[in-house]
Design a protein around this ligand. Structure first.
Ligand code: TEU
Ligand code: CA
Length: 545
């Protein structure tokens, strides 16, 4: 399969389209909007989890891997969705959360009741003397990574929320159970899987304190990770060439990422890596507000592009998802140059080597919510961090400045279909507030040839049309330039150039970058043709020779 000409569209069902007025998006809502996604040109629809769950972490706390959460609909709705997508030549990609399950899952409930078979599905250890947890590891959402089992001296590991108990992948029954779940959904016609935090499933043999950190170095790309992924591949999706898989691999290194995705290892088709998005985290702290470091962004993007190519690995290309702020607010300009910068960012990414993934609303340039009151926030991570910041004595001004541009809720506000009060998302009260800028940022302007939507459409069409985009090599250009990100793609003598001004001032392309015979393919400024030299604010061009 040519992974390079496929497009993934990510749907956060809870915020996509409500059809029954309860304020929560649902599967029927996705069905209602299939023609819209088709119009854009996507091939795979990645839906974040809609399986039965108490929803402490919006479905990433699965209580039953084989049934649909009633908030989202029924199995019949799901089957209808697969069928309706199929009629339009699109396929479903499900989100498999296998590092942990909800403490409400029957496996955990049986373990709690003392069933030894199910106790071994989890990572349960005795605490240290003095009523301390087994190690000092920190949960990704704050606090200890160990949950106390009442009435015992034991703890269970939860790298995320206390309601998300880590599964023990050392146990072959757990590995078998995960294969069975994937097979179950493949039989229902699912043709893609995104594996949540799958680089964390292999834990170390010894559980010890991390004297130099929060513990993540002991379990990220852990000791048996490749064996486990290979086994999952062989026991489920690897039997079908038509199925594509993406591993969510925050903090994995290059060497492992190549191995995860080189077809010879028979592990996964591609990964999401996040190195290019850590360029505005001063000393690794995502909550501290800092402008992005352009040089680091370029360096990271190109290093991964080139090394993955060399090693025969494959990446998904993305600017954000449901865990990250909206990119036009983060790296672009969500005010004066919103349209230009959104198109520029799209151009910069969609010319690269990999499989693009577009997050709902990105194609219309949706912006951060920037909520200014804690009652508007819903995300468990945000609520935890808010409490921590309060305890540390931070002022409301400092707190909302941080949450307003960093919280995961920034990208979770409802899809802006139209300019009415609830943006066409629901007739009821939305589970999270709609961004009032739906009045002027919504899907209705997509007919306009100069809309952001049309720009994405063109980029997608070009990728499908030109093998140099889907299969060519990548060569970074102007690596030291402080304003321009540029690269060349080449395949069998054909060349494509992508040149992007990442800032709101004018800049000039140095001489000698483009060959004499260049021809403009795409520009994010309508009207007057590009002069081959000067770049207007956030201008981005694609050129062939
Ligand atoms: O996210 C994994 C993850 O580590 C982050 O993206 C995390 O949300 C972020 O670092 C917090 O700052 C995945 C899912 O995408 C996320 O929504 C879930 O909450 C998480 O796993 C747990 O299942
Ligand atoms: Ca609903």
């Amino acid at each position: 399969m040519n992974l390079g000409n496929k497009i993934i569209y990510q749907i956060y069902p809870k915020s996509f389209q409500d059809t029954n007025g309860d304020g929560i998006g649902d599967l029927q809502g996705v069905i209602r909007r299939l023609d819209y996604i088709k119009e854009l040109g996507a091939d795979y629809l990645w839906l974040t989890p809609f399986l039965r769950s108490p929803q402490y972490d919006n479905g990433y706390d699965v209580a039953d891997y084989r049934s649909i959460d009633p908030r989202y609909g029924t199995m019949e709705d799901f089957e209808e969705l697969v069928e309706e997508a199929g009629k339009r030549g699109m396929y479903l990609m499900m989100d498999m959360v296998f590092n942990h399950c909800s403490t409400g899952h029957e496996w955990f409930q049986k373990a709690l009741a003392g069933d030894p078979y199910y106790r071994d599905f989890f990572i349960i250890r005795k605490g240290k003397d003095g009523g301390l947890p087994p190690t000092n590891w920190v949960s990704k959402f704050g606090g200890s990574a160990w949950g106390y089992l009442p009435g015992t001296d034991e703890y269970y590991l939860h790298l995320f929320h206390v309601s998300q108990a880590d599964l023990n992948w050392e146990n072959p029954h757990v590995r078998r159970a995960c294969c069975d779940i994937v097979n179950f959904w493949m039989e229902k016609g699912v043709r893609g899987f995104r594996f949540d935090v799958i680089n964390l499933i292999s834990k170390p043999d010894v559980y010890e304190d991390d004297l130099a950190g929060d513990g993540h170095r002991f379990y990220t790309d852990g000791p048996r990770i490749h064996q486990f992924l290979h086994e999952l591949n062989r026991g489920s999706f690897g039997r079908d060439d038509e199925v594509i898989t993406v591993g969510e691999m925050a903090s994995s290194n290059l060497e492992n990422s190549i191995r995860y995705t080189n077809p010879q290892s028979e592990e996964l088709s591609m990964i999401f890596d996040f190195h290019h998005l850590k360029v505005d985290y001063p000393s690794g702290n995502k909550w501290e507000v800092q402008p992005f470091r352009f040089r680091d962004l370029k360096h990271n993007l190109f290093e991964w592009q080139q090394e993955m190519e060399k090693g025969g690995g494959w990446q998904s290309l993305f600017w954000y998802n449901h865990d990250q702020p909206r990119i036009v607010s983060r790296i672009g300009d969500d005010g004066k140059y919103r349209v230009e910068s959104a198109k520029m960012l799209a151009t910069a990414l969609h010319g690269l080597r990999g499989t693009p993934c577009i997050y709902q609303g990105e194609e219309i340039g949706m912006t951060n919510a920037g909520f200014r009151d804690i009652s508007q926030y819903r995300d468990i991570e945000t609520l935890n961090v808010y409490n921590e910041m309060k305890l540390k004595g931070k002022t409301d001004g400092e707190i909302y400045r941080s949450l307003g541009c960093k919280s995961r809720d920034n990208s979770r506000t409802p899809m802006q279909w139209d300019g009415t009060e609830n943006a066409g998302f629901t007739d009821g009260t939305p589970w999270i507030e709609v961004n009032p800028n739906c009045a002027f940022i919504n899907t209705l302007d997509r007919e306009d040839p100069d809309s952001i939507f049309q720009h994405y459409k063109k980029l997608i069409a070009l990728r499908k049309e030109l093998p140099v985009i889907s299969q060519g090599d990548v060569t970074p250009l102007l690596e030291d330039d402080e304003k321009i990100l540029a690269y060349r793609r080449s395949l069998n003598g054909e060349e494509l150039y992508v040149i992007c001004n990442f800032f709101g001032g004018e800049t000039v392309l140095p001489d000698g970058i483009l060959p004499d015979s260049w021809k403009l393919l795409l520009d994010n400024y309508p009207g007057e043709a590009w002069d081959g030299r000067s770049l207007r604010p956030y201008e981005a061009v694609m050129v062939i020779s």
